[in-house]
Design a binder for this molecule. Sequence first.
Ligand SMILES: [Zn+2]
Ligand SMILES: [Zn+2]
Length: 102
Amino acid sequence: MGMTRGFTCPNCEYSAEVAGGRTFGFYAVVETIVCHDCQELHDATANEKAPDIPGEILTYEGLTGFRCPKSKKHSFAAWSDPWLCPKCETPMEEDGIPLCWD
Ligand SMILES: [Zn+2]
Ligand SMILES: [Zn+2]
């Protein structure tokens, strides 16, 4: 099931509520991205739906459609462990209890 977690930077106090990696619900497949233009974290949704993906969703390499929600011209990378802050590159800390979104 899809999860959202809170992350906070202990250095600059930037915080975001994102999945922290790839996650999926009944239909949506979401991956956390760090946008280099916004210097923000976003959860991006894949064009593919979870039931259409063959095999293991968490390691499937053919997903398309990830983009910064602000602009498709922005450059970004997948954001995962060690969860570096997009503003100051300090490892962010996970806070609280994961929130399920479906
Ligand atoms: Zn920071
Ligand atoms: Zn952006």
